[in-house]
Design a protein around this ligand. Structure first.
Ligand code: 5GP
Ligand code: ZN
Length: 114
């Protein structure tokens, strides 16, 4: 999608601190971190939110879900992490390209929450 911030980051048109990338997903640091580690994991293709998923999406959703703990551990979160997915206006979603927040260590953070 041409007018989507995270599509532009995936395409390399807007700079981001990318920590992981494969054929399905890209993970980069949140520009305004709410914890010592705050990453955003996004599908490489445009999907607005969880509201748009169907069973047909199960393969890549499973891939992203299974990669979340791997990426968290690789970024130093060896004692666990928090995953947040904001969906729609009522969920506080600001960027309408599906993304999984990976946050940690929330015990040590001045946690501002969602
Ligand atoms: P949402 O509220 O939609 O769940 O989260 C959007 C997240 O995107 C926020 O945590 C915000 O800090 C982050 N964000 C917004 N603009 C940018 C940007 O240009 N680059 C990066 N890396 N993160 C961004
Ligand atoms: Zn997009």
């Amino acid at each position: 999608m041409t007018d989507c911030l995270f599509c532009k980051i995936v395409a390399g048109d807007i700079p981001a601190d990318i920590v992981y990338r494969d054929d399905i997903m890209t993970v980069f640091k949140d520009i305004s971190p709410k914890a010592p580690v705050h990453l955003l994991a996004v599908p490489n293709h445009h999907v607005e939110s969880l509201n748009d998923l169907t069973e047909e999406d199960a393969h890549w959703v499973a891939h992203i879900t299974c990669m979340l703990p791997v990426i968290a551990r690789d970024n130093g979160l060896t004692e666990g992490f928090r995953t947040v997915v904001n969906t729609g206006a009522g969920g506080g979603q600001e960027v309408y390209h599906l993304h999984y927040h990976i946050l940690g260590d929330v015990r040590d953070a001045n946690w501002r929450g969602f």
